[in-house]
Design a protein around this ligand. Structure first.
Ligand code: SF4
Length: 490
């Protein structure tokens, strides 16, 4: 049995990780499981929860989905206590082994310390080499473990100061929740690339990746954790620290394009509304005469609605998505291999036949899915197919916690737009411009001197130093992980 080649999700940037932490709730683990369930789109490979009951830490970590692993009272009841943190994983570094599943946990001199991380450290390999040289023994191949060793070896006095000291050495993108014997601590990296929101359910404080995880537990958003902010929640209440030198904030604009759940609100922008506005900008910039606007479901739907509203061209569900195909469909026999993309998407021929179709998707990564979908819609009888993409061409890999192919595999890094159009067999192809994307976010345009967001996968302008990559270790995060594995083996 082999993995089905060209499965549609193989041709997307993959979400990073989702984190959740709660303090002061008698049902902390159950709320964490629900929060992780709402964040399932941010990582489907593994999930874990660590809780604390004022006496002992409890942990359950497993490969697979939240619903498959935290679905019984037996599991939840074992995760005792008033405080818990949880993590959904899609591995950006470190293979999918149980030892890499977060939250990570260590017994430090100051007591138990558990950590869940969303993001990617861009100097993890460099730090790991130094730490191993000083005698550290690593248990995992995850970049996150570096933080634990830095905390363990810090000369600072209190655990909070050790954590601040540790984080002052790391580079890259991170939002963290940590659980100690007396506190839940949330930290958003100084550049604020990855999201972290502070909320409340009853009297309990929550910190989590997206607001949708607060909705599911009946909680409310208080505010975003700000870039460079550390929030400490303990029996005495809540405290905010600003321990890092201030930096220009560069939130990941791809969260709005694709990663975040449409019903989440990030930095006061509803994600669904932002996607619709991108579609509107796209319609203004690259209108074409057509009969229908058809989204590539599900990720192209909000932008297609925006495109249809702005252009006046009717919106139709011309492609139906099968929601019951797992992310890694196992091909049962060689005979079904040729069915390819139809396992997940099927054209609604009755609405497409004889029509000039504007097909809207969120992005083109390798281009393999776009080509298959265009051909599928053409075979269903479409007269013309005009592909419209709700992001600029993705020309560069991400090093900040998103799994992307290496640059040579990105279609937009190899071909210009006209060549891409020919490659995917469309009648026309257009991407929203960088200024159009920024306008959809409420900015006048992209301020090239001082951009508001991280947009490095479109521009190649990386806002945070890529120390490991520039030392020649690898071309993308997975390659950097290979470097990590090599170190641990050596
Ligand atoms: Fe987001 Fe792209 Fe920046 Fe990565 S490189 S953090 S995906 S905007």
């Amino acid at each position: 049995m082999t993995l089905l080649p060209g499965h549609t999700d193989d041709d997307r940037f993959r979400e990073e990780c989702g984190i959740f932490g709660i303090f002061g709730h008698s049902d902390a683990a159950a709320h964490t499981a629900l929060g992780l369930h709402a964040l399932q789109h941010r990582g489907q490979e593994a999930a874990g929860i660590v809780s604390y009951d004022n006496n002992q830490f409890f942990s359950h970590r497993a490969l697979g989905l939240v619903g498959d692993n935290f679905n019984s009272a037996k599991v939840i009841e074992k995760l005792k206590g008033h405080a818990a943190i949880g993590h959904n994983r899609y591995s950006t570094t470190g293979e999918t082994l149980l030892r890499n599943v977060q939250p990570l946990f260590a017994e430090l001199h100051s007591g138990g310390f558990s950590l869940a991380h969303n993001g990617n450290l861009t100097n993890a390999l460099t730090l790991r080499r130094e730490l191993i040289g000083r005698g550290s023994i690593f248990q995992s191949t995850s970049d996150t473990e570096v933080i634990i060793h830095l905390v363990a070896t810090s000369q600072a006095t209190t655990l909070i100061d050790k954590l601040i000291d540790a984080l002052s050495h790391v580079e890259g993108a991170y939002s963290l929740v940590t659980l100690t014997r007396d506190a839940l601590i949330g930290v958003r990296g100084p550049t604020g690339v990855r999201p972290l929101v502070l909320g409340k359910v009853g009297d309990a404080y929550v910190m989590t990746s997206e607001s949708c995880a607060l909705d599911i537990i009946g909680g409310e958003v208080i505010r975003e954790v700000e870039a460079g902010e550390m929030i400490i929640v303990n029996e005495e209440g809540i405290k905010s620290l600003r321990p890092f030198p201030e930096q220009k904030t560069r939130f990941c604009v791809f969260e709005y394009v694709y990663f975040a759940r449409p019903d989440s609100v990030i930095e006061n922008r509803n994600v669904y509304g932002a996607r619709k506005r991108i579609g509107m900008e796209l319609a203004k910039e690259s209108h074409c005469d057509a009969d229908l606007v058809v989204p590539v479901p599900d990720s192209g739907v909000p932008a297609a609605i925006g495109y249809a509203q702005a252009s006046g061209v009717p919106f139709e569900l011309g492609i139906i998505r099968n929601h019951y195909v797992g992310r890694t469909f196992i091909e049962p026999t060689d005979q079904v291999r040729h069915l390819g993309v139809k396992l997940k998407h099927n054209p609604n021929s009755a609405s497409i036949e004889g029509k000039r179709v504007v097909l809207v998707d969120d992005s083109i990564v390798r281009g393999t899915t776009s080509r298959k979908i265009v051909n599928m819609v053409r075979e269903a009888g479409a007269k013309e197919i005009h592909m419209r993409i709700a992001s600029p061409p993705t020309t560069h890999s991400c090093y900040y916690g998103v799994d992307t192919p290496e640059r040579e595999q990105l279609m937009a890094a190899r071909y210009n737009v006209q060549e891409m159009c020919e490659q995917i067999n469309a009648d026309s192809l257009a991407f929203v411009s960088m200024d159009g994307l920024y306008r959809a976010m409420g900015e006048a345009n992209r301020n090239n001197e001082c951009p508001q967001f991280c947009d490095a996968c479109f521009t190649g302008e990386y806002p945070i130093r890529l120390t490991d990559r520039d030392s020649g270790v690898g071309k993308n995060q997975k390659d950097l992980f290979a470097g990590l594995a090599e170190v641990s083996a050596g």
